[in-house]
Design a protein around this ligand. Structure first.
Ligand code: CA
Length: 374
């Protein structure tokens, strides 16, 4: 903050409410998160919403996050906004959630924005970018680097309001039934891999397939797919992949800090009174912290458990393979930004921020991790 801004900031705090919007802006809280388009409804009115999700009912962590979100909103609103959560397939198919919220069949949804890449290409950047930013970096871009405003602008074109709904942290590279020793081993490999990662795999000779979470275990077991990526040890253990695939690869080059989303029908959001809008935004922010903490706290335990007690073979992708993925990532992104102006705007913002924040990281965290972690 500049000297002048700092003075204004302190004065703003001192004069209370007049200074609050400025103080919040100084702290990176966007105007939209205060009470933009505050609904004209009475503060006494109650609302009942449906949330459709891309997860199986009560799915660990991801579905749990949706249930917790509804619980927090209920508590904070003193029961004025009730949200009933539906698993994928209960009200609409898992990958039908976006359309359902757009058409107002449900007020809100939960998913990952790369599921909608076919309809909204630029949405992929708000899920994960191969060789992209990690969780703390991407949160910095979204909350304080202009990322969320771009996401809001993009989804507004589709009648939706997006909220950051969680982060998985860095993921694993996936489950395979054979070792990946060279690029040859990727030829024709049918692998579940959504988003830009899927495009990269295709360029590297593989065959990416988009399947929702509830179809993965049987898909892998029956040979519909040869390999799958999912999340990381904690969740992958719960999915049971260690029972049907032997090799577990690192790193998750394709999802270095994957973002989850809530999306709300814009008209339904805007008819909420301003306090309920704020409650919804704050509940989402709390889920974002909660989810990353859950994954980070539990991944190591489950990785050791699978390696030590279930015979899982931990492998790292050969450098040749990762380097090839990196080259293909540049090509895939270039094709996307050339074909879609909004994708170009988002990627310009993302890549500029990544370059900037990496300058900080390579002088601080990188030497720490290189030399001090054992
Ligand atoms: Ca994944």
């Amino acid at each position: 903050m500049s000297k002048l801004n700092r003075k204004k900031f302190l004065r703003g705090l001192a004069i209370g409410t007049i200074g609050l919007p400025f103080a919040l802006r100084s702290l990176g809280v966007q105007k939209s998160s205060i009470a933009q388009n505050a609904g004209k409804n009475s503060f006494q009115k109650t609302f009942e919403w449906k949330m459709v999700t891309t997860w199986p009912p009560d799915f660990p962590v991801l579905g749990e996050g949706c249930n917790l979100f509804a619980e927090y909103v209920d508590q904070m609103s003193n029961g004025r906004l009730k949200i009933k959560v539906y698993g994928g397939g209960e009200l609409v198919p898992a990958l039908g959630a976006f359309d359902a919220v757009q058409s107002n069949a449900a007020e809100m949804g939960s998913g990952v924005s790369y599921y909608w890449a076919g309809k909204v290409p630029a949405a992929q950047f708000f899920a994960s970018v191969p060789f992209g930013m990690n969780a703390q970096q991407v949160n910095a871009w979204l909350y304080s680097g202009g990322g969320l405003e771009l996401w809001e602008e993009l989804y507004a074109e589709h009648g939706l309001v997006p909220l950051i709904g969680g982060n998985t942290g860095v993921q694993m590279g996936g489950w395979f039934n054979k070792e990946i020793n060279s690029l040859k081993d990727l030829k024709g490999l049918k692998m579940r891999m959504p988003g830009l990662g899927g495009k990269v795999l295709e360029k590297a000779g593989g065959s990416p397939i988009l399947l929702a979470g509830n179809e993965l275990y049987t898909g892998l077991e029956r040979g519909v797919i040869d390999a799958t990526e999912w999340i990381g040890p904690y969740h992958d253990y719960k999915m049971g992949f260690y029972q049907i695939a032997k090799y577990y690869y690192t790193p998750g080059w394709h999802e270095t800090g994957a973002i989850l989303e809530f999306f709300i029908n814009k008209d339904r959001f805007e008819e909420l009174p301003s306090d309920l809008q704020s409650i919804v935004r704050h509940a989402a922010a709390r889920i974002n912290h909660w989810m990353l903490s859950e994954f980070e706290a539990k991944n190591a335990y489950y990785l050791k458990l699978m390696v030590n007690e279930h015979g899982v073979q931990l492998r790292q992708f050969p450098r040749e393979v990762l380097e090839s993925f990196k080259v293909h990532t540049k090509e895939a992104i270039q094709e996307l930004v050339d074909s879609d102006p909004f994708s170009k705007r988002v990627y310009d913002s993302y890549s500029k921020f990544q370059k900037e924040i990496n300058y900080w990281s390579i002088h601080t965290e990188k030497p720490f991790y290189n030399d001090l972690i054992t």
